[in-house]
Structures are given as C-alpha cells and as structure tokens.
Design a protein around this ligand. Structure first.
Ligand SMILES: *Cc1c(COP(=O)(O)O)cnc(C)c1O
Length: 247
C-alpha cells in the first residue's frame, strides 16, 4: 500500500519534471497540490512524510476532520471545492487559501467574517473556462469584473486564478481552457488594478497536468494519480446537484 503511494508520487513528480523541461520552465515554478478528497488522513500523512507540503480539500467537513490530525510540519491547506456561504466560518479556521471564489456575494460574506475576526486570507478566482453547465466558476467574460470587485475587499488577497479543464480526450480542447485562464491573467495584470498582481495559475490534474504546465500552471492539483480511484463520482464534489444559486 505505502509503496504504491510512494511509487505514484515519484511517477507524478517525474511527469511534472518532464513537462517543465519540455516547456523550458524551472521545476520550482510549479507546485504539486495533493487533492485529498475522500482520502483518509493517514494516507495523506504518508505523502506528507515524503516531503509534500500542499493539500487541497473540497469539503469543509473533510477539512475539519483531517487537518487536526496532520503532524508537524503542517501542510499548507487550500480549499478547492464549491464553497457555500454558511460554511465560511469553518473554512477560515483551516484553510490558508480559498481557490474557489466564483461570485461576489460569497467574497463579500467572506470578507465580512474576516474583518470581524481581524484576519486576512489568500484567494484565487475560479473561472469556468470550459463553459460546462455542470462546473462552478465565474464565466470568463465576467472574470475581470469579479477580480476588480474582489480587489476592493481588503481582507482578501487575490493571488491568482483557478480552473478545471474540460474533460475531453482531445488535448487541444483542454489546452484552450488553460490558454483562456492565462489570457485572463494577462489581461487582469495589464489593467494594473491596485492590489492585484495575479501570479498563480492553479490548473491541471491527473489527466492533463502536462498541458497545464505547458500553458503556465504554477499549481497542479493531483488526486487519483497519487491516491488511486475515488469511490464517489466527481459530480458529487463538483456540482452537488447545483441548484445552489445564492443571492
Ligand atoms: C478532485 C479534484 C482534483 C484532482 O483530480 P484528479 O483527477 O483526481 O487528479 C483537482 N481539482 C479539483 C477542484 C478537484 O476537485
């Protein structure tokens, strides 16, 4: 069991290394985020013990169950799932960064709570670059407006953008999603909005991390290729039925 995880991790690191070489990028420009949904804390700890230090969770419930268990040095924790505003109080107890800001109402509520607690947090704006109904994320055309609005909320530090690429066997379609995220990053940075310097692009997963690295990813989020197949379908994490439209 352990050796499988160790082997998987080595394999993924090899793929990242290879992709960086091919894209003429420095290996240290790309961080590996362990996407740990459904993986129990003991198995995550095995990978942390091998020197990894960045994890991402999709559900607040899993955050609060697993985070207290991790040993020193405790990992940096990103929240990468759909965030409902009634979970804000919990999420900011555990997460160092929220990658899934996709609407102003959520950002404002988060900012209010942080103001109350006299805290700040790093955030990414999640963009729905594949235009799939089933995925969360702000529409690409509305991303700049959202970035501008979020930049006015002083307890949120916007660090970058996040996306989930199209699931497709056609790499060029997947690549378009990542190129679009990069384009939004460049446009936003060119506007020189006070307080906004988007340095991070969180994109690429087990199946498409090479393409994402070629297109400029600074964080790749990998689950299956390290921990194995999950029992729950991703739709359980990614749309939750998706009737949750908040005002
Ligand atoms: C599950 C998940 C990942 C990792 O996906 P794998 O295909 O298992 O590597 C990345 N990002 C998000 C937002 C996820 O929910």
């Amino acid at each position: 069991m352990e050796s499988t995880i160790q082997g998987n991790l080595a394999h993924i690191k090899g793929r990242i290394q290879e992709a960086c070489l091919k894209a003429h990028r420095n290996r240290d420009e790309v961080r590996l985020l362990l996407a740990t949904k459904t993986v129990d804390a003991e198995r995550v700890q095995q990978v942390l013990d091998l020197g990894e230090n960045l994890i991402g969770e999709n559900k607040v419930q899993e955050l609060k169950e697993k985070c207290p268990i991790y040993k020193d040095p405790i990992p940096e924790v990103h929240f990468i799932g759909h965030l409902q505003s009634n979970k804000i109080k919990e999420v900011i107890k555990w997460a160092d960064c929220i990658e899934s800001i996709d609407r102003l109402s959520l950002a404002e509520k988060l900012n209010n709570r942080l103001e109350f607690e006299q805290k700040k947090i790093d955030v990414f704006i999640q963009v729905n670059t594949s235009y799939e109904e089933s995925k969360f994320g702000v529409a690409p055309e509305k991303a700049i407006d959202l970035i501008r609005s979020v930049s006015n909320l002083k307890n949120l530090n916007i660090k970058g953008l996040m996306t989930i690429g199209l699931f497709s066997a056609e790499p060029e379609k997947v690549r378009k999603c990542f190129q679009l995220l990069k384009k939004i990053q460049s446009e936003a940075n060119a506007l020189k909005i006070p307080g906004v310097s988007l340095n991070e692009l969180s994109m690429g997963m087990s199946g498409d991390l090479e393409i994402a690295i070629e297109e400029g990813a600074t964080i790749v989020r990998v689950g299956t290729a390290i921990f194995g197949q999950r029992i729950y379908p991703d739709s359980y994490y990614w749309n939750e039925g998706k009737p949750v439209t908040e005002a």
